[in-house]
Design a protein around this ligand. Structure first.
Ligand code: ATR
Length: 273
């Protein structure tokens, strides 16, 4: 029987998940149909329930703006989902819907792919939305020492810190203008509109690496800005996208695809959006 997977989001036409998963499936000769949900988005929960009644339905990915609703929808949450407060991967076994969050593992895989030693890093995370929160547990699991959060709406960053600290002893603080950082991660989507977050040049330039979760055909505005002030290494989010997809694929099929060939295939297609 054909395996079915689906991605839920709105808007969703730009999603590269079907392409990425079809490239993974090819590596294992797996008969997979992975499509985009284009209906029923006013009722995300009904659309997910309807999907899981289909013969062959294995799992679903969830993207903006439904990650929090997927968290509420799942019957059981993985530790990653629980700690990040958001779900990007759903699957059903014996009538129970499980929720996981693979975004952070995708980011960590990509940092390692770029030979970044994560252990002991002081990290500045820009943004306090779902993308930011989703990656924090995996960064601490991977051994970062300290993470500061900077956000346009400071109260939102403080709320996120308070919430995360109730279940952990992570060294998490609000952004402090006197600090220097090894790694600065832009978890806002500002680069999509060619804008950069407000941050002083001297703070940005102190970073060894700047990472933008957005990916485009060319270096993002944040990467260009970082390069201009002297940051040597800048990375876009294409590897994180493939990494989180591979973690979902592993959860659903217990198969570990080769990611580098898929990153390369996406780049060759110039298919970043
Ligand atoms: P996501 O789930 O993708 O993270 P989100 O929850 O809408 O999306 O969060 C977007 C992040 O980008 C937030 O940190 C947001 O800051 P606020 O919390 O102040 O809204 C940030 N962001 C969006 N537009 C911005 C802008 N023009 N300048 C600075 N930060 C911005």
């Amino acid at each position: 029987m054909k395996n079915l997977c689906r991605v839920f989001g709105n808007p969703i036409s730009q999603s590269k998940s079907p392409l990425i998963h079809s490239l993974f499936a090819k590596q294992f000769d797996l008969d997979l149909r992975y499509d985009k949900c284009t209906d029923g988005l006013e009722s995300f929960e009904d659309a997910v329930a309807a999907f899981f009644t289909k013969a062959g339905a294995i799992g679903a990915n969830v993207t903006l703006p439904f990650k929090q609703r997927a968290y509420d929808y799942a019957d059981e949450l993985s530790p990653h989902a629980l700690r990040s407060g958001a779900v990007n991967t759903l699957y059903k076994r014996k009538g129970i819907v499980y929720g996981d969050n693979t975004d952070g593992r995708g980011l960590v895989w990509d940092l390692k792919r770029h030979n970044i030693d994560i252990n002991g890093l002081h990290v500045l995370l820009i943004g306090a939305g779902g993308a930011a929160q989703g990656c924090i547990p995996a960064l601490f699991d991977a051994g970062i020492e300290k993470l500061d959060i900077s956000n346009r709406t400071v109260e939102k960053a403080q709320q996120m810190i308070d919430q995360l600290k109730t279940n952990s002893d992570w060294n998490l603080s609000l952004f402090n203008e006197t600090q220097k950082y090894d790694l600065i991660i832009n978890a806002t989507s500002l680069s999509l509109s060619r804008k950069v977050p407000e941050i002083k040049d001297e703070i940005l330039s102190s970073a060894k690496v700047c990472y933008d979760m957005v990916y485009l055909d060319e270096p993002t505005a944040f990467m260009q800005y970082a390069n201009r002030v002297g940051v040597e290494k800048t990375i876009d989010g294409i590897g994180m996208l493939v990494g989180q997809a591979a973690e979902s694929f592993r959860v659903w099929f217990d198969l570990s695809p080769d990611l580098n060939t898929v990153v390369q295939a996406l780049k060759t297609k110039g298919n970043h959006s």
